[in-house]
Design a protein around this ligand. Structure first.
Ligand code: FAD
Ligand code: NAD
Length: 482
């Protein structure tokens, strides 16, 4: 039975591999360039019918990263490879061949309709900078970390946005613990090294603090009993409470869970300066003090990337929001012909979330489906009209179809709820159910969180790996080797 199931599974997966009948690029079709391989770009690519376009994907990373599970990678609950998927895994199943370049777009010229991109790998080949033309551009480059220009953040803090960040955090945690356990270490230095500070009480900071707590309770006590009790976690938030986007009940639940878990939450406290071994904070009474740390994780939200700011600079008449790019109801970039923007790089009324970016990507693929249909129908109509014997009824029917294809419905966001893991096998869930919001926290919410994320993972491979990692941690604990 096992052999048959394995054989069937292999047959199905092999049958999907590189369809030899993938169509080649067609010079008569428009060129569609996609910038990015994150939530927006990937959901767009997955839903896109590539038959009508020559698609080119440009992104500095050649994979999709499932960000909701990234905090779990920082402490080894999940392995990095379990939550990424190669972009080519998606494009190889497409009807027409898609060109995928691992490169960073450096400039978009909305007047000439060109994109300039650069190979950023360490191994330099002869070709490094290339400029290509586009007919359509899907701009989905996301955001970078907000530092508010605070001194020392880039030099001394770790971020939590990319896969490399999670690895850096993991290395730094182990560095702090090993150095704290070093023979003859002073008491004061042990306390500093074992103090893990998280700045930003949004969902990223909260989830990271929760994961760190689990690592302490489940593993550190076993592996490093000599220093485990010295570990302290402090979450610093400038506003009066953490998780401002969640309901009051769930904020209270999170804060009380953190209290039980001995995670110190310093609200109304703003980080003003970051030194190599201490952060300088100002509290609600305007008092300034220093908090020594071993590890500092910076999670204070998003800001636009340089390339996005440059693009805004070229469209100053209409692009007036510093927060991000302005798009119309159909996700078309204001002031630029043929350019569409999705996800965190845009300034819309929605929060910058994976949910929004992926729904925008799916919606945009339907816009492109209509664009493709429209182009085909226009061609059909031109050919029909050129025939003297053409049936007027057929022409009329084609015109009707064309009008239907040209008609777009605006993008509509459907909020499916917010979930966050808060540690000690508890999660919080704000769900829009039964015409109202249902707030839930605890073990049941954690099971819901797990099943919701596993089912959202893009491939069977990722699902299998994540489930296996969770099982592995439950049986053997987390791996504390580097
Ligand atoms: P991204 O997913 O960031 O993708 C941007 C892409 O552009 C990347 O592939 C990047 O490599 C590429 N790129 C960057 N610069 C260039 C360039 N110059 N040229 C070409 N390509 C470029 N949201 C939720 O809804 N639920 C969650 O549980 C959740 N958890 C999160 C946890 C963490 C730790 C983080 C950091 C975020 C989380 N989010 C969550 C937010 C969510 O990840 C973002 O809103 C989402 O990634 C935005 O999608 P995007 O496509 O706009 O950007
Ligand atoms: P955020 O913008 O949601 O939160 C950042 C927090 O940092 C804010 O509360 C802000 O007051 C605080 N802050 C800013 N400067 C500070 C300073 N100098 N000192 C102290 N505190 C400071 O950022 P995030 O948590 O990275 O989230 C970014 C986006 O990604 C959000 O839209 C969020 O909803 C989404 N996200 C969602 C989930 C989830 O749904 N589970 C998880 C992670 C991220």
């Amino acid at each position: 039975l096992i052999l048959t199931a394995t054989g069937a599974f292999l047959y199905v997966t092999q049958a999907q591999n590189n369809p030899p009948d993938q169509l080649d690029a067609d010079p008569t079709k428009p060129t569609l360039v996609v910038l990015g391989s994150g939530w927006g770009a990937t959901s767009f690519l997955k839903s896109l019918d590539t038959d009508d376009f020559n698609v080119v994907v440009i992104s500095p990373r050649n994979y999709f990263l499932f960000t909701p599970l990234l905090p779990s990678v920082t402490v080894g609950t999940l392995e990095p490879r379990s939550i990424i998927q190669p972009t080519r895994y998606i494009t190889r199943h497409k009807k027409r061949k898609v060109s995928v370049y691992e490169a960073e777009a450096k400039e978009v010229d909305p007047t000439k309709k060109t994109v300039t991109f650069q190979d950023i790998s360490d191994v330099k080949g002869a070709a490094t900078d290339v400029t290509i033309n586009y007919d359509y551009l899907v701009y989905a480059v996301g955001c970078e970390n907000q530092t508010f220009g605070i001194k020392g953040v880039n030099e001394h803090a770790c971020f939590l946005k990319e896969l490399g960040d999670a690895d850096k955090v993991r290395q730094k945690i182990m560095d702090c613990i090993e150095t704290a356990a070093f023979k003859g270490q002073s008491e004061e230095e042990i306390d500093r090294l074992m103090h893990m500070v998280v700045v930003g009480g949004g969902p990223t900071g909260v989830e990271y603090a929760g994961e760190l707590h689990d690592f302490l309770i489940d593993d550190l006590k076993k592996w490093y009993p000599e220093v485990a009790d010295r570990l302290r976690i402090t979450l610093i938030e400038a506003l009066p409470n953490v998780l401002p986007a969640f309901s009051k009940q769930l904020i209270q639940y999170t804060e009380s869970t953190f209290k039980e878990n001995r995670i110190d939450v310093l609200t109304r406290t703003m980080v003003k300066d970051v030194k190599e071994k201490a952060v300088v904070v100002q509290d609600a009474n305007k008092e300034i003090r220093e908090i020594p740390y071993g590890l500092l994780v910076w999670a204070t939200g998003n800001t636009s990337r340089q390339i996005t700011r440059d693009l805004m600079g070229k469209l100053t008449q209409v692009q007036t929001q510093r927060r991000g790019l302005l798009v119309d109801d159909y996700l078309s970039l204001l002031g630029a012909d043929g350019v569409y923007a999705v996800g965190d790089c845009t300034a819309t009324s929605y929060a910058p979330t994976a949910q929004v970016a992926s729904q925008q990507g799916i919606y945009l693929a339907s816009v492109f489906h209509k664009l493709g249909q429209k182009a085909k129908l226009e061609q059909q109509l031109t050919q029909l009209r050129a025939q003297p014997s053409a049936d007027p009824a057929e022409i009329e029917a084609t015109v009707k179809k064309l009008n239907r294809a040209a008609k777009l419905t605006p993008f509509h966001y459907s909020h499916q709820g917010s979930l966050a893991y808060i540690g000690s096998e508890k999660a919080i869930a704000d769900l829009p159910l039964f015409n109202g919001n249902v707030a839930s926290g605890g073990g049941a919410a954690m099971l819901f969180w797990r099943s919701a994320y596993v089912s959202t993972l893009y491939s069977v491979r990722n699902r299998t790996m994540v489930l296996a990692d969770w099982a592995k941690v439950r049986i053997f604990g987390r791996d504390v080797s580097r």
